[in-house]
Design a binder for this molecule. Structure first.
Ligand code: N01
Length: 524
């Protein structure tokens, strides 16, 4: 399921290995997250040359990236090209929404149902559904009273025309921080509703310089090897020093240099930023100072300064001109933390203190039912008719190695909960999983095995390990409401979902299992 980065790669690899593969995709085009998230300003914060497949030498030599960081339309064009070039479309069924899948014990196969009544049977079900593919349900009081248009950043209408409109954006995560500066340039008036401020690092995007792409291409295999050898799945020139072991002047100079360089390299300023509260406090203070310098109105600057969680505990945001946007005369900030949003009215919203803000268009950048949403939305029944939704809503997404959940044989889950996924360059993590899954299937075929699933005890231990590793870091700390642990959705079980040890340590765990005959999995 899913024709994004992982679904397309799986199709190419497994079809090449001789399997019969169908990809079911609800969108009218391939691209996954890069099809749905086409709001103004949408861009990836991993460099173009790294946010791309490494498995075809000619493809990586021929594709021409034009900017340091790819815009959504560039990534979508790239994935569309991949689908054409490798003749993938003939095995992709677009506009096909899966509503459920049931494990049939007697045939050892899954039967899959779609919204329009089609049915498929398959030995393996690979859930290439993405971590951020189901938008969070709207939880805004009385939204139905609002008389204007409501747009979501997810599935943004291609023909949305907002020039001259009075627009309000709710949400200041990665999406909000990208859509706000883009909209501010075209709308008449923009009201930004913020509940929890974020640390926003400047992207410093630019066109690739002459010869830059050629230089990357000349050493692409080495670059990919370095990416796979970094815990983040993308090479960062991480400073090996600890922040609190250097003097204040060196600390400041290091932060400053990386702030000017832009992008996620800022997070590699020092080695202990996610381990030592004092180190993290130092980088937080640096960003807060920057906010104070950039934003002219100090009352607004104060509201934009995060102070309730460590930098990184909530997904750090990388965006262009975010803080600068609040200096524009047509942009205003409404903080709903101290003064909550009480209700929507016909013409806007009202706050608890009676303040009223009017607009004709509301844009929701309110996030996702991360990791589990795509799974719990469907009716997936494993052994003995057990519903995955019931198990995961009770206990959270329990898996072994993030790949398989006990009781749901032959259902594999690339780059999702329980593996590094969103804490890494997703493309690197996807490639790691696709090759591991292909090896597993080959081994099963060679040994005449029909089923694979997580062994319950190994699963319990893995979930504990994922949680334990997260608690060695500052990631779970503070009042961040982070989707990393399901805290952005009321009632969702809270456990830290991505594997914080990174792709290198994770790769060792994958290899250990495979080398020992798939220890931790039951093969039958
Ligand atoms: O979602 P989010 P996102 N009332 O959950 C607010 C990836 N991504 O779509 O923090 C008021 O981060 C919510 O407020 P709070 C990336 O991994 C990557 O922005 O809960 N506010 C928050 O401000 C990212 O982390 C890229 O208090 C409400 C916002 O909505 C992930 O996608 C670009 C509210 C949601 O932020 C998700 O980012 C874009 C309410 N009832 C996305 N409900 C790049 O590669 C929610 N909010 C650059």
């Amino acid at each position: 399921m899913g024709a994004g980065f992982s679904g397309l790669h799986l199709l190419h690899r497994l079809r090449g290995d001789g399997y019969s593969v169908r990809v079911l995709e609800s969108a009218p085009e391939v691209g996954g997250t890069w099809y749905w998230n086409r709001y103004p300003g949408a861009r990836c914060d991993v460099e173009s040359v790294d946010y791309s497949y490494s498995w075809d030498g000619d493809l990586q030599q021929e594709w021409e990236w034009t900017e340091k960081y790819p815009a959504q339309r560039d990534i979508l064009a790239y994935l569309s090209h991949v689908a054409d070039r490798f003749d993938l479309r003939k095995d992709v069924e677009l506009e096909t929404t899966v509503t459920g899948a049931t494990w049939d014990e007697s045939t050892s196969r899954w039967s899959v149902r779609t919204e329009d009544g089609r049915a498929y049977a398959a030995q393996f079900l690979v859930m290439a559904v993405g971590c951020l593919s189901v938008p969070k349900e709207v939880d805004l009081p009385g939204l139905e009273h609002f008389g204007g248009q409501v747009l979501r950043t997810w599935n943004w209408p291609e023909d949305a025309e907002l020039a001259g409109h009075d627009v309000c954006v709710i949400g200041t995560g990665s999406t909000g921080a990208q859509v706000v500066p883009a909209l501010a340039e075209v709308v008449a008036r923009l009201t930004v509703v913020q509940r929890t401020p974020n640390f926003v690092i400047p992207t410093r995007n630019r066109p690739l310089a002459e010869g830059e792409l050629e230089a990357v291409k000349a050493e692409y295999p080495e670059r990919r090897r370095r990416n796979a050898g970094h815990s983040a799945g993308v090479f960062r020139s991480d400073n090996p020093k600890n922040a609190m072991e250097v003097d204040a002047a060196e600390r400041q100079a290091t932060f400053q240099e990386r702030w000017e360089g832009g992008g996620i390299n800022f997070l590699g300023s020092f080695a202990d930023l996610m381990f030592d509260q004092a180190a993290n406090d130092a980088i937080c203070s640096f960003v807060r100072e920057k906010i104070g310098e950039i934003v002219e109105d100090q009352k607004v600057a104060e509201l934009l300064k995060p102070d309730s969680y460590p930098l990184g505990a909530k997904r750090p945001v990388v965006a262009t001109d975010y803080y600068e946007t609040f200096n524009r005369p047509n942009v205003s900030l409404v903080d709903v933390r101290e003064n909550p949003l009480e209700a929507f009215t016909e013409s806007g919203l009202a706050l608890a203190n009676g303040e009223q803000h009017d607009f004709d268009t509301l844009v929701l950048a309110t996030g996702f039912d991360a990791f589990t949403g795509a799974f719990t939305k469907m009716e997936i029944r494993g052994r003995d008719g057990v519903l995955l939704r019931d198990v995961w809503q009770e206990e959270g997404p329990k898996t072994f190695l993030g790949l398989s959940s006990a009781g749901f044989p032959n259902m594999l889950m690339p780059a999702n909960a329980g593996s590094p996924s969103v804490l890494s360059n997703m493309v690197t993590s996807i490639e790691q999983h696709v090759s591991w899954i292909a090896d597993l299937l080959a081994e099963m075929r060679a040994r005449g095995l029909r089923t694979v699933e997580a062994e319950p005890q190994a699963q319990e231990k893995w979930v504990e390990h994922v949680e334990e590793v997260a608690h060695m870091t500052l990631w779970p700390n503070g009042d961040s409401g982070s989707w990393y642990r399901g805290a952005n959705i009321a009632g969702k079980p809270q456990l830290f979902m991505p594997y914080a040890a990174g792709v290198v340590e994770y790769g060792k765990a994958l290899e250990k299992s495979a080398k020992s005959g798939y220890e931790g999995f039951v093969l039958a």
